[in-house]
Design a protein around this ligand. Sequence first.
Ligand SMILES: *[C@@H]1O[C@H](CO)[C@@H](O)[C@H](O)[C@H]1NC(C)=O
Ligand SMILES: *[C@@H]1O[C@H](CO)[C@@H](O)[C@H](O)[C@H]1NC(C)=O
Ligand SMILES: *[C@@H]1O[C@H](CO)[C@@H](O)[C@H](O)[C@H]1NC(C)=O
Ligand SMILES: *[C@@H]1O[C@H](CO)[C@@H](O)[C@H](O)[C@H]1NC(C)=O
Length: 458
Amino acid sequence: MQNISSGATLLLLICSLALVGFLNAQSCTSFFASDDNIALYGKTGNKCLIGSVFNSNSCKKISDIFTQKRGTQCSKSSDCILSVMACRNGICVSEARYTGDNCISDSECVLTGSMPSVCYAGKCRVMTVEQTLPVGGVCFKQTNNYTISTCVADSTCYNSVCMATNTKTAVGANCSMIEDGKLSVCGSGLICSTNQCVATLNIGETCTSDKTCVGICRKTSASAVASTCQSKLAAAGEYCVSDNECGPSGVKLMMCRNNQCVRRNSVLNGKTCSANDECFSGYCNNTVCASISKSCKVSTDCVPSYNTVNEMSLEVDYCLCPGSNITSTSSGSCMKTTCEGFRINFDACLWNQYGLVRPFKLTNDKRTFIDTESTLFKGKCARQLAQYYKCMNQNFADANYVVTSSFQGLDMDVDIVPYVEQVQLTPIQPASSVNSGSFNFISAIALAVFVASMLILH
Ligand SMILES: *[C@@H]1O[C@H](CO)[C@@H](O)[C@H](O)[C@H]1NC(C)=O
Ligand SMILES: *[C@@H]1O[C@H](CO)[C@@H](O)[C@H](O)[C@H]1NC(C)=O
Ligand SMILES: *[C@@H]1O[C@H](CO)[C@@H](O)[C@H](O)[C@H]1NC(C)=O
Ligand SMILES: *[C@@H]1O[C@H](CO)[C@@H](O)[C@H](O)[C@H]1NC(C)=O
């Protein structure tokens, strides 16, 4: 009975809200209010501005909440308030510590490359792999705090047991079979395809898929009749047909635009575009990159789709109401820019300097944060991060919100003239399925599974 009546009340509330919306054609709803306005709204308006977070009915400095919560007991991640923190083994921990940074548990240390990083003697340290486990036994064992042991050379992990291998060097030889108690694998220059070793194609040879190539199978120019094996993904400026042909791979920093690899969100205002994610501003107005100039009632009036490539569930609210209010009877104004170009600059910097894909989200309110002891925030990319936050701050200032110019631990005295941070031009090849000696593909996959299970235990 209780549930039905509260359900009915909720329905009534939704209907009346819809009616209010209908009557007020000019209305505005935003999730943001100035920090000094926020207490008015309590739980319904819990979005604070850059550098602060809603906690106990007001906006608190992010660094204060971070310091207060880290290391304290929790039962779920939301107890830790900031999204840079998570509840792991009952304790609030940061999830953004890099190699060499201070840590209190393994889960604070970010994955670097394909190896987990662990907290050893109070610092994040990347684990190492040793090939020491004998044939016939288990494939993986954590031998000390920072070492994983796996099968000895010339053996591989097969059905969770280390098994000796027999390397075949001839084209047409059987592979992936147990013969005389050994697993047959193909030697270099060969690949196992339906249980037979076949020769991999060399650079420049015509190909139909990456699988049989030494490198990548792609077209190198519009006039090329066929795809050929290439040692690298296409670099900035080179010919491409799809985004995934542009290096570095898997990090979504590059895109294929008019058959040329370019950095995502790199087209400055005034230049032609065909999609939002080509533009530094994050907005392609018809065919020209531009800042956003529009009145709005709700966020989705501003940017048609705010699920951008690197933030699949972005919680940015782009509509700001008059008087730094969360609602108004007059229409609001859209934030002028998504600041996406600056965000990708930060991502490009993290990639270039630390070889990693940003391991945390970076948006507003609960997702605005800084971990003042993390290299990823305070290190070589601090300027790019400050520029992103300053760009967001400028959006609020343009809508007459009162914004603080400081952001704990970051030098906000940076200019925000749009510029495109260059992406490292050395492309990363996708993992090759070619048997690379004794520590082969099968072992690599099994190791990845082991590593993933370790990360779940974290
Ligand atoms: C090594 O791991 C053990 C068990 O998890 C832990 O008790 C110990 O503190 C770790 N040693 C260091 C130096 O981190
Ligand atoms: C390859 O394996 C098949 C069984 O699948 C067997 O009949 C054949 O003799 C093997 N060839 C060689 C060269 O060992
Ligand atoms: C797009 O450009 C038109 C023409 O300049 C302008 O009227 C409109 O406000 C722009 N749209 C946005 C969302 O900025
Ligand atoms: C802001 O909202 C409050 C509460 O809804 C209202 O009393 C106030 O007049 C609004 N201020 C402005 C400037 O719209």
